[in-house]
Design a protein around this ligand. Structure first.
Ligand SMILES: Nc1ncnc2c1ncn2[C@@H]1O[C@H](COP(=O)(O)OP(=O)(O)O)[C@@H](O)[C@H]1O
Ligand SMILES: [Mg+2]
Length: 310
């Protein structure tokens, strides 16, 4: 059986201004100690990490034909991601997030209109032969897809036998958290969210109740708890894990790394417990490195660690 994953969702450039001390103020210039530019967007980071872990990965997302779009294609290819199905819009601007990074937290300023304009008709998965799993990233950012997810999932299921689907909603930048998400949950096999997202979506006040509510809709639910690790439920089976202690540098994309670790295990037919262990290790490893994807050295160490997990 082949083991390819198709990622449908957000991809943008991340510009990170690092180690800022002063806060922004209208009319004032503040200075960062350093900066870097990398693959951003939950779908972009997830794809690069999953591909580096060894899964053949395709991404469908919308970028411009500008230099930022070229940068993303070349970076994704470096990580082995198949970029053939990216939708490239002439004379439009590739999405970007500017991160103002402080010791404890960060400001994020995004321009994602093109990213959110990906539509059902843009998604040409039909001639990809060997898809085993589809991952949807950033439900709320993909505005143009919202009404069509169920149709898209049905089309995908018609095209591929026994395909499985995962979803990480990520944040709702409009802070609306509408009920319409429940329309697609029944079509999803694996639901991943962080604590805030799980509580907002279910309107519950604690993560245990949120887990159980979501499990009424989706068989496998994973809630990421940042510094408190994770909880998960697969049918009647409950799981939890503590955060692994590491030398913390930057939390960008920790959740996307966690997701990639989990889906790596799932696609390899490992059980849920083992897949969660891998996810937690990949999530922890990511915060030791600046940026969402990290670098080649990170993956060299990570692949060794993952192979040892039983
Ligand atoms: N400071 C940290 N140290 C170690 N692991 C971490 C740390 N922060 C996050 N992680 C790992 O990354 C996962 C996802 O982090 P979280 O912040 O909850 O998700 P998201 O990035 O989606 O908001 C956690 O469940 C944990 O495995
Ligand atoms: Mg997240």
């Amino acid at each position: 059986m082949t083991k390819s994953c198709l990622v449908i969702g957000d991809l943008n450039v991340d510009l990170v201004l690092n180690e800022l001390k002063d806060f922004p103020e209208l009319g004032k210039e503040i200075v960062a100690q350093n900066h870097f530019i990398d693959i951003g967007g939950s779908g972009g980071i997830f794809s690069a990490v999953l591909s580096e872990l060894g899964i053949n990965t395709y991404i469908i997302s919308k970028i411009g034909s500008d230099f930022l779009g070229q940068f993303l294609i070349s970076k994704l290819k470096d990580y082995g991601v198949n970029t053939d199905k990216l939708v490239i819009k002439e004379s439009d601007e590739t999405g970007i997030t500017i991160n103002l990074s402080y010791k404890k937290d960060k400001y994020q300023i995004s321009s994602l209109n093109l990213v959110g304009s990906l539509s059902l008709n843009d998604i040409a998965f039909q001639n990809i032969k060997d898809i085993r799993h589809v991952h949807f990233s950033s439900y709320y950012i993909m505005k143009n897809l919202k009404a069509d997810y169920v149709k898209l999932i049905n089309n995908i299921k018609k095209n591929y036998n026994n395909i499985t689907i995962s979803l990480d909603t990520n944040d709702d930048p409009e802070d609306r958290w509408g009920e319409e998400i429940y329309r697609i949950l029944g079509n999803i096999d694996i639901f991943l969210a962080n604590k805030k997202e799980a509580l907002k979506i279910t309107k519950e006040s604690n993560t245990g109740d949120a887990l159980n509510r979501l499990n009424k809709e989706v068989k496998v639910v994973v809630i990421k708890l940042g510094s408190e690790g994770y909880i998960a439920r697969d049918g009647e089976n409950y799981y939890s894990g503590d955060q692994l202690s590491v030398n913390f540098k930057d939390s960008t994309g920790a959740g996307d790394n966690f997701d990639a670790g989990f889906i790596y295990g799932f696609i390899n037919n490992y059980n849920i417990k083992k897949s969660l262990k891998i996810a937690n290790i990949v999530g922890a490893k990511s915060v030791k490195y600046i940026g969402g994807v990290g670098n080649k050295e990170k993956f060299f160490g990570l692949k060794k660690l993952v192979r040892k997990i039983d």
